[in-house]
Ligand binder design. Structure first.
Ligand code: THG
Length: 912
């Protein structure tokens, strides 16, 4: 029987459509989900689709058959959420293995029943992203917090994937990737599982982009994502979910152009409408898919949310005539990434790595880390990026620090600073635990600094293998069992040996190997040291000629330790050294990016004496340089300072400055700017509602336009919080005479949803308006909301949600509140919520007022009317009239986006 590889080479393959949409059509009850067996499980099982593999296998089988009948070549197992992280919501972790085995068996049997020699059918094990993210903090107040670690993700994925493999899947589809670190954990687990089960299957990866700027939810560009997963042996990459096919096209084209794999796409049936439903028709979607096929962008096409077997059937005639996409070759260059890609190419030939975040290389950084002043420590990283560092080196190796812990903590903080996180990270440590801890925090493609043959080949190979699997490039120091290679012959001997081992035994991509032939101090007064610089330069030339693909780097500041205290001479030495080493092929260096002394500007005498030292041109070179250095002392400028220069925006007037700080998420000047603003405004609250809210609104617009991405938005939210904290005491004192609070507001992101930025902003705004906030956090079950609302006698309930399933959950909460006999007004907010949905689906379930709130700035105004006994009746009457009207005009007609043609026809009909 043909393999997936054989089939994909021959023709474009059809993947099935959504599972969730199909299941919804069966209108299953809580009882259906539970079956007899899980009658007594606590909580709600409705929506636990994967459980149906056990309780309603007939339905899952039926769905598989529908897709196979429609013509799908590949069907996906019903196991999207079947790992213990997501299943913890249903308290069904003990069923992970059983569900995945059943999911694989059901799909296997269905596929085998349809397979023929002409049309083989394949089963892809569906592996979803989990409901948690490894790269972001779910808590705005604590950016270093993670609700899921890499190791936890790996072990959860392993449990799932092993069962899928044992159940007989032909491939694994790691899908709806929104955080590359989760995906890397899934890939890692898949490799382990395949090894354990003894069967290798193709690995498919499918990403979801979350804004029109084409970034993942965790902020990476597609190129950065690709660089981060290219270490893995992937079969295909592609896009799913996100938006409809049309909006996906530019991103799909980008993948097809850059990714050396087969390309897959399975979009949603358009964008969800205001009721959270997808209403593109099969024909409409087929037209978009045809465009992808005509342009030879794809190898695998299918459907995501909102699609059914009717969609899949429409693809069959299309793929018959289509030519499959031919994957591009693997890039012949070093590729690194943070949130953005850094590719070494003609334009960027030389990569400078900022050295200042090093506890052993900067007294200031060490002090800040010891004092746990992370904010200022981060500003050192930011300054280096501003100064042009393309990568930043981070080193926490110091006796009294818990280095793995400090490394992870600092990296987590960096991840919430998009201006820093955009660049790749170099993990600098001589301790393997620190390197490993660091790699498990980073979603991008990083550099490990460093490994060497110091402790023998076995450990070297072991570490190199792990680095490769964790997806990083590596600096290899010219050390071996005999020690540090100081002279030319030893440098090239050690590097050549390491290269051989890495490329032949470990199969490391040569572009991911960066040799560091040791930059050692010169002009120390010891004759043995005189040739150190020139030997490094000669070794560089040899490596670049003889070890194809490999790069050369080094710690430049080491060179000049003999001249500590004389920064001018130090910088001048570095400039001269780099000038010569780069010409011979050094293409990366760890250095101080703020250094300002340039080779071209050096006075002739200085240049000559330094060149004598670097190139080892005369025996008294060191002596003569020391003499010159003494003479020049006093003329030195302190180029090593890290104080940020005054930026242009600081000259603007205060409102502008506040807005700028908010939009950029810069907290450094809030205290002084707010102090100035307080003098201008009558009340501190006015500052929040004026310039700060203006800033937040701009952020909202930029985000909506895809011009900002999530981590940036989170940062602005944090800055807003900080500003509010500064103003809080003033707000308290404005509320003269201890006037009582306006009311008590309960806020919650509903069950199934983890998004809380909007909710947190509402909390801030409401608190500023003198409401007492009870924030229940994210993923809050209806029962908890009911119970706490009763217990605390709250005056208002705010429900928040970002994703479409939250719409249904909100309706459920409203129904539960009704059952509990409550009539506390509810405010509904979040990205997918709408006035129409609120009117049609939530308000009718509840006796109290249910108000759709468009954005956070509206909450206070609405709350005030709801809680004022004079205003409330009027407000509610108006609201109900508006909702009734919306229901009248929308109830019958399903909301559907019609094509232009249809719309025209309709219009004509009307005129008849
Ligand atoms: N190769 C590789 N990695 C490395 C080095 C290398 N990592 C560490 C180091 N060497 C490169 N980083 C530095 C950082 C700072 C300094 C030197 C090298 C330095 N610091 C000032 C000093 O010691 O005089 C301190 C200044 C201060 O306290 O602010 O010079 O070779 N792969």
């Amino acid at each position: 029987m043909a393999t997936l590889q054989d089939s994909v080479e021959r023709q474009v393959l059809i993947l099935d459509g959504a599972m969730g949409t199909m299941i919804q059509q069966y209108e299953l009850s809580e009882q259906d989900f539970r079956g007899e067996r899980f009658r007594k499980l606590p909580g709600l099982m409705k929506g636990h689709n994967d459980l149906l593999c056990l309780t309603r296998p007939d339905i899952i089988r039926d769905i598989h058959r529908k897709y196979l009948t429609a013509g799908a070549d590949i069907i996906e197992t019903n196991s999207f959420n079947a790992q213990r992280i997501s299943m913890a919501d249903y308290h069904t972790e003990h069923l992970v293995r059983e569900i995945n085995l059943a999911a694989a068996h059901l799909a296997r049997e269905a596929a085998d029943a349809f397979a023929t020699n002409e049309k083989p059918r394949f089963v892809a094990g569906a592996v979803g992203p989990t409901n948690k993210t490894c790269s972001m903090s779910p808590d705005v107040n604590n950016p270093a917090f993670r609700s899921l670690t890499y190791d936890e993700a790996v072990s959860a994925y392993r449990e799932q994937i092993e069962a899928l493999l044992e159940g007989g899947v032909d491939a694994l589809l790691i899908e709806t990737v929104f955080d590359t670190l989760n995906a890397k954990a899934a890939i890692f687990a898949a490799e382990d599982s395949m090894e354990a089960v003894g069967r290798k299957v193709p690995l498919m990866l499918s990403l979801t982009v979350s804004d029109t700027g084409g970034r993942t939810l965790s902020g990476q560009t597609l190129d950065a994502f690709l660089a981060a997963v290219m270490h893995a042996d992937l079969f295909s990459v592609g896009l799913n979910c996100s938006f409809g096919a049309k909006q996906l096209k530019p991103f799909l084209a980008q993948l097809a152009e850059k990714a050396p794999y087969y390309i897959s796409v399975y979009p949603n049936a358009g964008l969800p409408n205001s009721l959270g439903r997808y209403d593109e028709t099969p024909e409409q979607m087929a037209r978009e898919i045809k465009e992808f096929l005509d342009e030879r962008l794809v190898n695998i096409v299918g459907g995501c949310c909102g699609t059914t077997e009717k969609f899949i059937a429409c693809y069959v005639p299309l793929v018959e005539q289509a030519e499959p996409h031919v994957p591009v070759p693997k890039p012949d260059a070093l590729r690194l990434s943070g949130l953005e890609l850094l590719e070494q190419n003609r334009e960027i030939g030389f990569i400078n790595v900022g050295e200042r975040c090093n506890v052993a290389g900067s007294r200031r950084f060490l002090r800040l880390i010891r004092e746990k002043n992370y904010e200022e420590a981060l500003s050192i990283a930011r300054k280096q990026v501003d100064d042009g560092a393309l990568v930043i080196d981070i080193n926490m190796d110091e006796g009294l620090l818990d280095a793995p812990e400090e490394m992870a903590h600092f990296l987590h903080l960096i991840m919430s600073e998009p201006e820093i996180a955009k660049v790749p990270i170099m993990l600098d440590s001589s301790k393997w635990e620190v390197i490993e801890a660091g790699l498990k925090c980073l979603q991008g493609k990083s550099i490990v600094n460093s490994i060497s043959l110091k402790e023998g080949e076995k450990l070297f190979v072991e570490h190199a293998r792990m680095i490769k699997r964790l997806g990083a490039a590596v600096v290899v120091m010219a050390f071996d069992e005999r020690g540090q290679a100081a002279r030319y012959e030893r440098k090239i001997e050690v590097c050549a040996r390491a290269y051989r081992i890495l490329t032949e035994q470990v199969r490391f991509d040569p572009h991911d190997i960066i040799f560091d032939p040791n930059i050692l101090s010169v002009a120390t007064g010891m004759e043995e040291h005189d040739a150190y610089a020139v030997d490094f330069i000669r070794a560089t030339e040899w490596i670049r000629k003889n070890l194809p693909g490999a790069h050369v780097s080094g710690g430049v500041s080491n060179l000049s330790f003999a001249f500590r205290g004389n920064n001018y001479i130090r910088e001048a030495m570095h400039a001269v050294f780099l000038y010569h080493a780069v010409r011979k092929g050094m293409d990366m260096a760890i250095l101080n990016p703020a250094a300002s002394v340039m080779y071209e500007e050096l006075p002739a005498e200085v240049l000559e004496r330094i060149e004598d030292v670097i190139l080892n041109r005369r025996p008294d070179a060191a002596e003569r340089l020391i003499e010159l250095a003494e003479r020049l002392k006093g003329e030195s400028t302190d180029v090593r300072s890290e104080q940020p220069s005054k930026e242009a925006w600081r000259a603007e007037e205060v409102d502008k400055r506040l807005q700028y700080a908010l939009i950029k998420g810069i907290g450094d000047y809030l205290e002084e700017d707010l102090a100035e603003a307080v003098k201008r405004y009558a009340k501190a609250v006015d500052i929040i509602e004026g310039p700060l809210m203006d800033g937040m609104n701009t952020v909202g617009i930029l985000f909506g336009d895809g011009k900002m991405f999530l981590p940036q938005v989170v940062k602005t939210a944090r800055t807003m919080k900080k500003a509010v904290a500064v103003l809080q005491p003033l707000i308290e004192s404005d509320r003269r005479g201890g006037a009582k609070r306006n009311g008590k507001v309960l806020l919650a992101t509903v069950k199934g949803d983890v998004h809380d930025i909007g909710k947190n902003i509402v909390a801030v705004v409401m608190a500023c308006n003198n409401y007492e906030i009870v924030d229940l956090g994210v993923m809050v079950p209806a029962e908890t909301i009911v119970q706490r609302a009763k217990e605390l006698k709250v005056d208002l309930i705010g429900l928040s949600g970002l994703i479409t399933p939250s719409l249904e959950e909100m309706a459920h909460v409203a129904a539960e509140l009704q059952k509990a006999g409550l009539d506390i007004p509810i405010m509904i907010g979040g990205a997918t919520t709408s006035k129409l949905h609120t009117a049609l689906k939530i308000a009718p379930l509840y006796g109290g007022a249910v108000v759709y709130v468009k954005d956070a700035s509206q909450n206070a105004l609405i709350a005030q009317q709801l809680l004022n006994p004079k205003q409330k009746p009027d407000f509610v009457a108006k609201l109900n009239a508006e909702y009734a009207e919306l229901r009248r005009t929308n109830e019958r007609k399903p909301v559907r986006i019609v094509s232009l043609d249809e719309a025209r026809k309709k219009k004509l009909d009307l005129w008849k």
